[in-house]
Design a protein around this ligand. Structure first.
Ligand SMILES: [Zn+2]
Length: 125
């Protein structure tokens, strides 16, 4: 019997695939191409992505961490290139980060779903 190997977790996260089957998409299309609507359930294994109301509150931790990881190098680069005062550098880093915010917010949800399914997996019934 031939079995199809599951894609790696990292690849599945980057492609926003369901954490259980790694085939079905979490969003209707890639978050790197716009601001897609999130699917309620996996089209393949029927995993419910938003387990309960307020479920994605935890994704804010990932969103914050990703925001800092992106804004800090931008601020450091601006400071290095311009020598501006920290306030001006910070404001410009935030302004330059804003176009990435929607994608970061959705990607944080993907990371949150993967963390949650790793810690407390919802098994197939
Ligand atoms: Zn699935």
């Amino acid at each position: 019997m031939e079995t199809v190997a599951k894609p790696s977790p990292l690849r599945s996260i980057l492609q926003q695939r369901c954490p259980r089957c790694r085939i079905g998409g979490i969003f209707q299309y890639s978050i790197f191409r716009g601001f897609p609507k999130m699917c309620e359930r996996c089209s393949i294994c029927d995993l419910k992505f938003e387990r309960e109301p307020g479920y994605f509150l935890g994704a804010m931790y990932f969103s914050f961490a990703l925001g800092v990881l992106i804004m800090a190098p931008i601020a450091a680069l601006l400071w290095f290139l311009t020598g501006w005062w920290i306030t001006k550098v910070t404001i410009w880093a935030v302004v330059l980060f804003l176009p990435f915010a929607p994608t970061i917010t959705l990607f944080a949800r993907v990371l949150w779903i993967y963390l949650d399914q790793t810690v407390d997996p919802e098994r197939l019934r």
